[in-house]
Write a new protein. Sequence first.
Length: 125
Amino acid sequence: MKAWMAEDVIAITGNNELIDCLGVNTQLDSQYEDEEIVFQQFTGLSDSKGKEIYEGDIVDIQDSIKLPLYVIKFGFFENSCSEIAGNGFFLEAIGGGEYSQETLYEEIKLKIAGNIFENPELCVK
C-alpha cells in the first residue's frame, strides 16, 4: 500500500508509520488529522518494466492497436464486452468510449504513464 498526501507520495508500514520520499519515519497519528491522505491499494501486478501498479495509476495497454489511457480503479465494474461484472480492480478509460471499463488481469501488458496525482493533465481528453 502507498498513500498520497499533499503532493507527496508516502508509504505506509505495518506499524502505522509514514515513510516520506526522504526515508523519514513518522508515526501516523492525530498529527495528520487535518491532512487529506489518499490510500492507494497495490494491485498485485507489475507493468512491462517491473514497476508495481497501484490504484490511481494511469496506464497504457501495450497492444498493436491504439487504445486510450486507462486509470486503475477499485470498486464495482461492468465490462459490457465480456458481460463480466463484480468488485475488484479494473481499468477505466479516460474519456469513456466503447471499452470504458475493462477487467484487470495478469495477462494484460501495461505500461505506467503516470498517476492521477502527479499527472492530472493525462486525465483530460
